[in-house]
Design a protein around this ligand. Structure first.
Ligand SMILES: [Zn+2]
Length: 439
């Protein structure tokens, strides 16, 4: 569940607190918010200012303390901020060392808030909220030396099921059904190789998502991992199960095949490469050096050519030197082109949908070609790239040794997606200060 504790603290500072801070803050020439104010001698975490600022000099000696909230910019360092507060160098280093088991103060995040309390111009305490519910506290004890520890807000991770039907767009209907923006983005990532979310989504398509939601102090803060999802798109059903295998977590379909698909290594089963991707090669017909931004595969005329990935045909027909040419737009910004074909398969025309491995045509020698071969090219975001440079995805399927464990996870998710099994609530430990670091 540790993935829920990451992210930038800025989004987690409660709106009420931000409003209170901005109301009393003024900007210094440095890029942080400097908000001196009166507060009690023993300030606790999350104590919001309750009244207008009072100059600390006006307060009696025993409760004279000042609080400073520094909104961090890219260039702010802990050392720099402490120097501004006149903290001696060795003491800054000591605080960093003591805090390290909880949080590395050399890794302050942009837009997060570092809070410091001083008394009589001496640093007494710092607070740094580094996750949705965790705050690093370093404070001076009675003997005058520092100690550092972690304070946690009460939190728990629940699982929720969101189901919906597309009326207008996946995004807006998802939000309407109760999912958040993050969950809808994840859903489109998970199925990116199977469904073209830009053009394939239709009214009446359905979706189901089981995901973790982090609750802090009883309120939902954000969606964590999507544990399982199901979509029907144009009458076809797609499902995804999150499974942590030996090589890490990934999404798989019901049969245990990875959903992180990639383009096929080659659109031909049996072939040899006769010409590589190059910026200058001698063209045998044109008899001049020209860039060759594709791969030529030598193969007998008639050899079936497969689509390297699922997608939509954007061109199928005669294209100058390419002869009979097919271009397919895949998801994830890739498109592939196939040239010199002797034949274009039935049904392969502009707008047609193809699946990975579908036969789209046959090897030939049409256009500017000296003999039967397939010219194959790949575009990434409209730029021709070397097809051989595309990295293969290593974990294409759940391994045999893990298949039983996968089946159990899949069944659990399927029951949750179907609503058969009420979605579990897993309370996490709350409000337990830990990691008291003392040298
Ligand atoms: Zn070629």
């Amino acid at each position: 569940m540790s993935d829920l504790s990451g992210g930038t603290p800025s989004s987690r500072v409660r709106p009420a607190l931000i409003a209170a801070l901005t109301g009393i803050s003024f900007f210094l020439t440095l890029s942080f918010i400097f908000s001196p104010e009166a507060s009690s001698d023993k300030p606790g975490p999350g104590v919001a200012p309750s009244s207008a600022p009072v100059a600390s000099q006006e307060l009696p000696e025993n409760i004279r303390a000042s609080r400073y909230d520094f909104r961090l910019s890219e260039s702010d360092t802990f050392y720099h901020i402490m120097s501004v507060l006149n903290v001696p160098g060795p003491e800054i280093k000591e605080i960093i060392d003591l805090s390290r088991p909880v949080y590395d103060l050399k890794q302050l995040r942009k837009d997060s808030v570092l809070r410091a309390f001083t008394k009589d111009e001496r640093l007494e305490r710092i607070e740094y909220r580094f996750s949705d519910y965790e705050t690093l506290i370093a404070e001076r004890d009675d003997s005058g030396s520092f100690r550092a520890f972690k304070s946690e807000l009460p939190h728990e991770i629940k699982e929720t099921l969101v189901t919906g039907t597309i009326e207008n767009s996946l995004f807006s209907d998802g939000l309407k059904a109760g999912a958040d923006a993050q969950a809808m983005m994840e859903l489109s990532d998970i199925f990116a190789w199977d469904i073209d979310f830009a053009s394939d989504i239709r009214k009446g398509d359905t979706f189901k998502i089981v995901s973790q939601v982090l609750y802090v102090e009883g309120a939902p803060v954000r969606t964590g991992r999507v544990l399982g999802a199901e979509m029907t798109n144009g009458g076809r059903k797609y499902s995804a199960v999150y499974f942590e295998g030996r090589d890490g977590g990934s999404y798989y379909d019901a049969d245990g095949r990875s959903l992180r698909r990639t383009l096929l290594k080659s659109p031909l089963r049996f072939r040899r490469i006769t010409s590589y991707f190059s910026n200058g090669r001698f063209h045998p017909i044109l008899r001049q050096y020209r860039p060759h931004h594709g791969i030529d595969y030598g193969a007998p005329s008639g050899t079936p050519v497969e689509s390297a990935g699922s997608g939509r045909v954007v061109f199928a027909g005669w294209k100058n030197g390419y002869g009979n040419f097919i271009e397919i737009k895949h998801n994830n910004d890739y498109s592939t082109g196939y040239g010199h074909l002797s034949r274009i398969a039935k049904g392969i025309r502009k707008g047609a949908k193809v699946d990975q491995g579908d036969v789209i045509g046959n090897v030939g020698s049409t256009g500017l070609s000296t003999g039967p071969h397939l010219h194959y090219e790949v575009k990434l975001a409209s730029r021709l790239i070397n097809p051989l440079s595309i990295k293969a995805v290593p974990d294409r399927a759940v391994s045999k040794s893990e298949s039983q464990r996968f089946a159990a996870v899949r069944e659990d998710i399927e029951r949750k997606l179907s609503g058969e099994m009420s979605v579990a609530v897993n309370p996490a430990p709350s409000n337990t200060p830990q990691g008291v670091a003392r040298r």
